[in-house]
Design a binder for this molecule. Structure first.
Ligand SMILES: Cc1ncc(C[n+]2csc(CCOP(=O)(O)OP(=O)(O)O)c2C)c(N)n1
Ligand SMILES: [Mg+2]
Length: 362
């Protein structure tokens, strides 16, 4: 990357539980509260709500920008799945690693990447995290140990195993979290990576985001055994299936997996049962030939934002006005990201061949 380009710095984690210790496994303290005092628990719930709102409002603007031709190429929205990123990232330490697929905007933002930098990348601008040359599917930030954004289904799963191996080789206690869709569990590289991760005891948390469709193909039409957690048993790995529209169910399971990875250096496979509210990419409508409007509407009743909001309302934790404020703040940040991206320059032609290959020997 050219040094002269000033990119927006990553945001520091504001989550009070981001650095909290996860209790030893035997004590089975739910990771969802991390033993935090009540006030901090409320603060944590608010941070999770904020994170999900920001991802949602940001991506709604992405859809708009795409329609206006400001974003080109592929663009896969994460709307409906935000509890997975919000819950997971809230448990990671800054020195942990994240590797993900092309549905990566929400995860990058939840990890702390500046929305400006993400939007600039989507707009193909020089100030984007990959210099405007990676686009939506290739978000990357070395300072956050956010190692992509990968477009080939399942291709990055072995990369996560490699990161896990490097952590162990260096004697560290970081973990690597790897996100991928349920269609990736039928890819050969996934199986090779899981086998090695289990055999070599690597600190990796493999997260299947099971939104039930791979493009327009339902899981039942592509996967012989729909219970994807059985893939864990095949490799003698701990596996769990989670209602991922509940951010605290996500935190509980990810908390346990992180603890296993840090203390025992063993990998876990988590199935996050979720649903994508939008089309696969910008080229297909949210509902169409492969799923009905009724199915979509039914699943949208379990919007992860609604689920948390209702819990907080019921507990009296979201006073009148707070929700509107959180929403408004998210909209302002998304607008600011848009403005920043829109004003940023495109990468010059002279940089066309830069960042294509990295010379690690010099
Ligand atoms: C190896 C490979 N085959 C096919 C494709 C085309 N493709 C892009 S996304 C996708 C569906 C993947 O679905 P899933 O893993 O469930 O993730 P989701 O899009 O639902 O998040 C396919 C088949 C690809 N990118 N890579
Ligand atoms: Mg899928």
């Amino acid at each position: 990357m050219t040094d002269a380009i000033k990119r927006e710095p990553a945001r520091p984690a504001k989550n009070p539980a981001a650095t909290a210790q996860v209790a030893p496994r035997e004590e089975a303290t739910p990771a969802s509260n991390n033993g935090l005092p009540p006030d901090d628990q409320v603060a944590l719930r608010k941070e999770l709500l904020k994170s999900m709102f920001l991802q949602r409002r940001f991506e709604e603007r992405c859809a708009e920008a795409y329609a206006l031709g400001k974003i080109g190429g592929f663009c896969h929205l994460y709307i409906g799945q935000e509890a997975i990123s919000a819950g997971t990232m809230s448990l990671l330490r800054p020195d942990d690693y994240v590797v993900t697929s092309y549905r990566d905007h929400g995860q990058a933002i939840a990890r702390g990447m500046s929305p400006r930098t993400v939007m600039a990348e989507l707009f193909g601008r020089q100030t984007g995290c990959s210099g405007g040359k990676g686009g939506s599917m290739h978000l990357f930030d070395k300072s956050l140990n956010f190692l992509g954004g990968h477009g080939i289904v399942g291709s990055h799963v072995p990369l996560a195993a490699g990161v896990g191996w490097a952590i162990k080789y260096r004697g560290g206690d970081q973990v690597c979290v790897c996100f991928f869709g349920e269609a990736a569990v039928n890819i050969g590289a996934f199986h090779e990576a899981l086998n090695m991760a289990s055999l070599w005891k690597l600190p990796v948390v493999f997260i299947i985001e099971n939104n039930r469709y791979g493009m327009g193909t339902a899981i039942s039409r592509a996967t012989a055994n729909e219970d994807v957690t059985t893939r864990a048993a095949a490799y003698k790995m701990h596996g769990e299936s989670i209602d991922a529209q509940d951010v605290f169910a996500v935190r509980d399971a990810v908390g346990r997996a992180i603890q296993l990875a840090r203390t025992e250096k063993t990998p876990t496979l988590l199935e996050m049962r979720t649903y994508r509210f939008m089309g696969h990419s910008m080229s297909d409508a949210a509902s169409g030939t492969y799923r009905t409007k009724e199915e979509l509407e039914e699943n949208m009743k379990r919007d992860p934002i609604l689920v948390l909001r209702e819990k907080m309302h019921a507990a009296g934790e979201l006073p009148e006005g707070d929700l509107a404020k959180i929403d408004e703040e998210a909209k302002v940040i998304a607008q600011d990201a848009w403005d920043y991206a829109d004003k940023s320059p495109e990468p010059p032609l002279s940089e066309l061949w830069e960042d294509v290959v990295v010379d690690t020997t010099s």
